[in-house]
Write a protein that binds this ligand. Sequence first.
Ligand code: SAH
Length: 484
Amino acid sequence: MSGRKGLSKGRGRPSPGAAAALAGVPVTVGQQVQCDIIGLTHDGEGVGRYEGYTLFVRGALPEERVLAEVVNVGKSFGRARLARLEKASKDRTQPPCAIYDACGGCQLQHLDYAAQLRWKRQHVVSSLERIGKLKVAEAGGEGVLVHPVIGMDEPWRYRNKAQVPIGYGEAGLIGGFYEQGSNAVVDMDACLITQEENESLVRAVKATARELGISAYNRATGRGLLRHVVVRHARATGQRMVVLVTNGLDIPHVDVWIGLIREQVPGLVSVCQNVNTASTPVVMGDVTRTLWGEDVIYDEIGGIRFAISPRSFFQVNPEQTEKLYRAAVGYAALSGDETVVDAYCGIGTITLFLARYARRVYGVEIVPEAIEDARRNALLNDIRNAEFEVGAAEVVMPKWQSAGVSPDVIVVDPPRKGCDPALIRTMLELRPERIVYVSCDPSTLARDLRLLEDGGYRTVEVQPVDMFPHTGHVECVILMVRNG
Ligand code: SAH
């Protein structure tokens, strides 16, 4: 057997009583079979084939041969545990993280980083071809140009935000991550994709909470106080924020607690509380208040300053965000005369980037607090040619259309589920010269590109950016131009 580097991401448990054979399925639960791995799913499972049947094997990589122990079986596919690696991929590497197997926050640490980037590009290409029915250009040929993924030089310690669940362990109050497939909290002191400034802040909050006897929330009983610790670090300014998510408003010894945290954490400028009494897994509730210091922290991307409040969406990888936004602005190719619409604008990040190069920009976003932040951010940067409106993009855009707004460029940056069909219809009616699509999901992206292509646009270029190294996610910026 060749090296066992990074082995054993076996996670599934056998389903009890499922050992009977399923008609037409060549394996049963508990059986060990040798299979060849022919692909990798977007959440990092190896796709194995055994006698024409598909087995998903967590931890296995393409071009490997493994001995897989079947843990559950369905009609068209099953899952298996990696029992033994029989032939390792040349791209296999030792995951540096000690808790990689248990945690599940990352899926690709056992794949060499350069190979991760190649795989992400291939994932984009195959979605465009399979779902979007687009022709991707081969070296120098005709078709959509899909660039290599822009990666990080140092793909660790990149996340500027962490949401840490709190629970009980032998040491009392602990915080870290949920054990795979359960809601038991496992304590964690180091996460290699989290910025160190966040890690030390979480450590300080946990240690001082233990010192003061703050109780941890218990998901089974609904009792106990501290549910999550959410921390943010603004890389450009060094400012740090902590949000204590509590099951109720009262925090015992709150001033002493804040004093102790502040002593340990220089650069802390904001201590907030969010109250969440719901029994759902959603992290934050509706009520947020500032306990000490500022209501927001400030970060900077590409020379623009942003105020970030406890609940605003802000990209988590600052170094890559700037590359992503630059690609979007590049594709918008503005000369200074254009009217631009930024749908799904969040706190106005891309909008304000664009504003510097356009005559007028309009941003629309469904979360009211985000639009408040966007307006504040425009003022903060003395940007006066940006206008923001709260609402669903698919509702606000037709309104703008009726009011005579006629964009030369439309930028969209929707959540995973992609653009609303009504928004696509409005875009096709507005007929901007260019559409710049920022996407975090290649499948819904490919679906939407097909609709836009059928409506008279051509997909020119795709620039994937690796915003989340070691996970299966890939972000893309796409340029489309109007035909004719
Ligand atoms: N462009 C921003 C935010 C992108 S995230 C940035 O880079 O920071 C996608 C945003 O779309 C979120 O802020 C989400 O609240 C918003 N959103 C979701 N559905 C929406 C809809 N139907 N209309 C407008 N905005 C929506």
